[in-house]
Ligand binder design. Structure first.
Ligand SMILES: *[C@@H]1O[C@H](CO)[C@@H](O)[C@H](O)[C@H]1NC(C)=O
Ligand SMILES: *[C@@H]1O[C@H](CO)[C@@H](O)[C@H](O)[C@H]1NC(C)=O
Ligand SMILES: *[C@@H]1O[C@H](CO)[C@@H](O)[C@H](O)[C@H]1NC(C)=O
Ligand SMILES: *[C@@H]1O[C@H](CO)[C@@H](O)[C@H](O)[C@H]1NC(C)=O
Ligand SMILES: *[C@@H]1O[C@H](CO)[C@@H](O)[C@H](O)[C@H]1NC(C)=O
Length: 285
């Protein structure tokens, strides 16, 4: 049975990795550092990476001016906000747009750039620091700048600070309200999965495609093939016990134990209610 479950996992379609981030949290760095070495090959073979950023709300902006006036810590006239002690919310939001555009325009630089940014650029003049990465790598930022520019909706508003933004709207719709990093592979939460385990799961999704570093990784569904007798004996007795339990009317009890709690649908994103809400207040803006 285990064998068939593993086969089913291996046969599933292209992988889809969803990464949730919060600007004030750097705990993404470990995962990103490991994954930056492997992303390129997965990407070439169809891996999709979706980024969601945690945005802060401005509760009073709509009441005060219907998002029609600039706010120092917000874009869209208060639709999307950020806050930190060392940079204005607008500077942070523009940086989030830049990062999303790096993912779209130069995907093979996304992980290296965000690692560089997390290590070097927070708590400094962020714009110049970010530029250094691109000049060090001889990359023209023209495509990225155009992408950021185009993410602002064309409209009657001349002032960019109060225009709506396609990328930030997407983040807002996805409502990532966590204050730290999380990763979902398809719809399962793998934030706390050890990297090796994550990598072998990824490799098993690309089992028919030759990916250089996957050759050295044990494929989970090969283990039972190799005839580990001890494991087979164990599995045999395990199956026997289940059979006996089933036969002896223990099935209802067992199904309660097994499925009682695990089938309760879990929300993909847990929301700490208290977080951040007090940060953007009328007196801040
Ligand atoms: C992998 O190849 C096997 C046969 O070689 C095939 O049955 C299976 O559907 C393939 N899996 C994927 C995900 O393409
Ligand atoms: C990203 O960093 C890794 C490790 O430092 C390096 O091997 C790789 O070439 C870099 N990728 C790009 C596109 O610069
Ligand atoms: C960038 O270009 C300069 C000269 O054009 C060259 O000396 C340098 O090695 C290049 N750097 C990289 C990372 O390609
Ligand atoms: C996330 O936060 C926003 C703003 O505080 C709130 O409107 C929204 O309901 C929250 N999301 C969820 C899923 O509760
Ligand atoms: C990727 O998975 C997430 C759920 O984790 C889902 O909301 C999203 O639509 C998926 N995206 C694609 C392109 O399949």
């Amino acid at each position: 049975m285990l064998y068939f479950i593993l086969i089913a996992i291996a046969v599933s379609k292209d992988a889809n990795l969803t990464i949730g981030l919060d600007f004030s949290d750097n705990s993404y760095l470990d995962f990103f550092s490991s994954f930056s070495k492997h992303y390129d090959e997965f990407h070439q073979n169809g891996l999709k990476v979706n980024i969601v950023q945690h945005l802060l709300p401005c509760y009073s902006c709509y009441k005060r001016h219907q998002f029609k006036q600039p706010e120092k810590n917000c874009l869209g006239g208060g639709r999307y906000c950020q806050y930190s002690d060392y940079a204005s919310g607008q500077v942070i939001l523009k940086e989030l747009l830049r990062q999303q555009c790096v993912l779209q325009v130069l995907p093979n630089h996304y992980f290296n750039y965000t690692i560089y940014f997390g290590q070097q650029c927070k708590k400094s003049t962020m714009v110049n620091c970010a530029q250094t990465y691109f000049s060090n790598n001889n990359i023209s930022t023209e495509g990225i700048d155009t992408c950021v520019e185009n993410s602002f909706e064309e409209g009657e508003e001349v002032n960019q600070e109060i225009r709506t933004n396609k990328i930030l709207n997407q983040y807002k719709e996805l409502q990532y309200n966590q204050t730290s990093f999380s990763v979902h592979l398809d719809s399962s939460d793998i934030t706390n999965t050890p990297y090796d385990e994550f990598l072998s799961t990824m490799c098993s999704k690309y089992i028919n495609i030759s990916i250089s570093f996957c050759k050295n990784i044990e494929k989970p569904n090969k283990q039972t093939d190799n005839g580990n007798t001890l494991e087979q004996v164990f599995l045999f007795f395990f199956a026997l016990i289940i059979l006996i339990l089933t036969a002896s009317g223990g099935w209802t009890l067992l199904s309660k134990i097994q499925f009682g709690s695990s089938l309760v649908p879990k929300s993909r994103i847990a929301i700490p209610k208290l977080e951040g809400d007090h940060i953007i207040q009328e007196d801040d803006i």
